[in-house]
Design a binder for this molecule. Structure first.
Ligand code: NAD
Length: 259
């Protein structure tokens, strides 16, 4: 299916690895021109070279921390008029809520709520003027079903979700949609390091913990960044113009609810 996004400018955040990279690859496969960013230059350049070689797409890079005002300023200077915006950043650390002081909360809110909101604020009016815009926020299945040890993520991402639910209804008549993609257990570096930490805590082999976690998912396995990227690319397509304000789980059936 031709997604109709050839030549569209896409700003994809936190995209040197994992889910952000999966989204960047899928958008490039459909002909979008990318600016990808991440904190570490080396991995970022390697990913850009890989995407260029695989797709022939134009891929610009920016090494920055998107959760800082300087990082966002540099990203918007390098890609001031994106047609497609994929917001993403590292998730907050796990822990016990008793250990989280105001600074810990502000850091989580900055990264996983206020950064995407600020990027949307600075780009959405241009999309409205050009009568095309697709915004996809990478959030978490924790928005639908809270994960006990990830309270910072549960809270910060729910704030973003509530804000987006309102705004997405105001932009859609201009062909600008805003949706959230909610990963469940996806086989990325982040997941692998969390599985390794759990294995260490329980004094079990990593493979045993991995197999146990995968078996608890109806799909019987973790998801891939490519699968996640394909869902993102569809939400960014011309065909998806009637889909806005939605929260899509990519979780292999792990969320047990009917709705
Ligand atoms: P990952 O660790 O595999 O990749 C993270 C990418 O983000 C890297 O490219 C890294 O350089 C970049 N990055 C991190 N912080 C950044 C920052 N401040 N500025 C710029 N770039 C930054 O992680 P992932 O598994 O792809 O996760 C992506 C998001 O999805 C995270 O917020 C994570 O919490 C969330 N999530 C992941 C899963 C999962 O199973 N993998 C599940 C639920 C939610």
């Amino acid at each position: 299916m031709d997604l109709g996004i050839a030549g569209k400018r896409a700003l994809v955040c936190a995209a040197s690895k994992g889910l952000g990279k999966g989204c960047a690859v899928a958008l490039a496969q459909d002909g979008a021109e990318l600016l990808i960013l991440a904190r570490g230059k080396e991995a970022l350049e390697a990913t850009a070279a890989e995407i260029r070689a695989a797709t022939g797409a134009k891929v610009a890079t920016l090494a920055c921390d998107i959760t800082t005002p300087e990082g966002r300023g540099a990203a918007l200077a390098a890609c001031p008029e994106p047609d497609i915006l994929v917001t993403n950043a590292g998730g907050p650390p796990p822990g016990d809520f008793r250990a989280w002081d105001r600074d810990a909360w502000i850091k989580a809110l900055d990264a996983n709520m206020l950064t995407p909101i600020e990027l949307i604020r600075q780009t959405v009016d241009g999309m409205i003027e050009r009568r095309f815009g697709r915004i996809v926020n990478i959030t978490s299945s924790a928005v639908k079903a809270p994960i006990d040890v990830l309270g910072l993520s549960n809270g910060a991402r729910s704030g973003l979700t509530g804000f987006v639910a309102g705004l997405a209804r105001r932009t859609v008549k201009h062909n600008v949609t805003i949706n959230n993609l909610l990963p469940g257990a996806m086989d990325t570096e982040r997941l692998r390091s969390m599985v390794a930490a759990a294995a260490k805590n329980r004094n079990l082999p990593v493979d045993a913990v991995r197999a146990e976690r995968a078996a608890a998912i109806p799909a019987g396995r973790f998801g891939t960044a490519d699968e996640f990227g394909a869902a993102c690319a569809f939400l960014c397509s011309q065909q998806a113009s009637y889909i806005t304000g939605q929260n899509f789980l990519v979780d292999g059936g792990a969320y047990p609810g009917t709705f």
